[in-house]
Design a protein around this ligand. Sequence first.
Ligand code: HEM
Ligand SMILES: *[C@@H]1O[C@H](CO)[C@@H](O)[C@H](O)[C@H]1NC(C)=O
Ligand SMILES: CC(=O)N[C@H]1CO[C@H](CO)[C@@H](O)[C@@H]1O
Length: 540
Amino acid sequence: MSVIAWAFGAALVAFSCWKLLKISGLLQPYMSPLGDIPGPPSPSFLYGNMHEIQNSETSIVREQWVDMYGPTLKYKGWLNVDRLYTLDTRAIHHVLTHSHDYPKMELSRYFLTQVTGNGLIVAEGDLHRKQRRVMNPAFGPTQIRGVTKIFVDKAHQLRALWTATLELTGGPARIDVLSGLTKVTLDVIGLAGFNIDFGSLNPNGHARHSELTDAFNVMFGALGDTRTSLFRAMKAYLPPLRLIPDSTSARVTAARKVIDRVGMQLIMEKKAEVIKAERTGEKDTLHSRDLLTLLIRANMSTDIPENQRLSDAEVLAQIPTFLAAGHETTSNSTAWCLYALAQHPAVQSALRDELLSVPTDSPSMDDLNALPYLDAVVRETMRLHAPVSSTMRYAAKDDVIPLAAPYTDRNGEVCDGIRVSKGSPIIIPILAMNRSKAVWGEDAHEFRPERWESTIETAQHMPGVWAHMMSFLGGPRACIGYRFSLVEMKALMFVLVRGFEFELAVPICKKRMLVQRPFVSDEMDKGAQLPLLVKPYVRA
Ligand code: HEM
Ligand SMILES: *[C@@H]1O[C@H](CO)[C@@H](O)[C@H](O)[C@H]1NC(C)=O
Ligand SMILES: CC(=O)N[C@H]1CO[C@H](CO)[C@@H](O)[C@@H]1O
């Protein structure tokens, strides 16, 4: 009797496990045809090659594997699941342009959704297409031209802050440029995104809005916690587990409430403003040019059919989306740009000469975009220090990914396509492609803005949306904010490099979190920082 009960129990348990594994998609990759693709051995059943990757600086280990196994390889992710890693431009182009068949990973979508709701970053399929269509106009060149003054004014505020610091010390000073830049980009996304001044460069900022950023920081912090919590990771794969609260979920729920309340109030105010401007026929006198207002206006535009418009909740989800996507990415890349200039004094002074040739302190977007060396410096920074160093997709159906260069599998067979099965994870190696010697030449890992003076023939096949680079990705899911952040970076560099000289202060290293962050080699425990020696620039 008890034997039968046991057998029945065991069968039930086995069945549930099988069912859960199937639902979660965890089993799929074990049946994956990636089997014969070459790649490094896996040192651990639980962690695969993940420890090697996390312990190395940014994408270096994977770039070494490319040297050993060729540009198309596989390695093992968590639980030894195969991951496809290829630098092949045609393969990556295929994955990026077929975004319907290659959606984002469930795991990262689940975590991001907690912070951003169902905003543009996490939306998939028709929902994504609908959101993108309504949102695209808000990020066009005309709109960015309209917010350039915000970028320049905030850059001047930072310059004044650093000048005050230098006056206190009476000479060159070690300044953590990252923290100042992080404040600027937060203020900028506040003003340009929602027309609210977070006032983080100015200690007497609005209390009401710090509520929003505090809540947002709780959310973003919680996102950071997840990498250590296996339980939270399991929740992403096994939805029923999500009903069980964990240590962070209460804080996240509270923060979510704040964001929803403050955000919805903001939307209602803006909606009223837009309706009023439309009614009085004063479209052009609508003062607010922030992204949120533009989005609300686009959502009301008659060119968009009623069923293709966004609900209030979807518009609300874009507020934390802009904050999450547009803040740290831009401050990190500007910090890396100053760092590169500190490493290359000749480039720094050539850039300063070009910037000083502009007669105004407050350049327009067109003034900034007309400076070729500034453009080359920004491109070179985005190439070498792409803040988002890689991303992931999975195959939603079985497919054969076409290749520009065939690979030789473990049996010595030459293959001109990669067979993937439903569920196979695929790495999009943004940084590694930006630095590929095959594409950029032997000096691929050197900072040399001059390379942009002529067209780079071998880079013409790169699938990126901007400058034949992957830094903002490509295809239907490329970064919607790339023009915004490029003009913002240029405005910051314009004001800061005209005002200061930058020198290296201490050795810096890189660590990949959600974005690539700089750390001081001897002070890893102090968190991200990028101290440079700053002195006022005095014209000879
Ligand atoms: C240097 C600055 C920036 C970099 C390097 C960057 C990079 C990227 C990358 C690589 C993606 C694709 C991520 C993926 O699919 O896995 C992305 C998407 C996105 N970015 Fe940016 N970004 C930057 C600035 C901004 C700014 C300023 C905004 C908005 C104000 C923004 C908004 C977005 C949004 C909404 C998406 C999702 C687009 C979609 O899925 O349709 N980004 N960004
Ligand atoms: C967008 O348009 C839809 C349909 O007209 C409407 O229900 C919704 O409230 C609008 N959203 C915003 C934030 O204006
Ligand atoms: C693929 C490739 O060329 N990778 C190079 C990227 O840059 C690093 C240095 O930063 C080189 O070591 C890699 O070989």
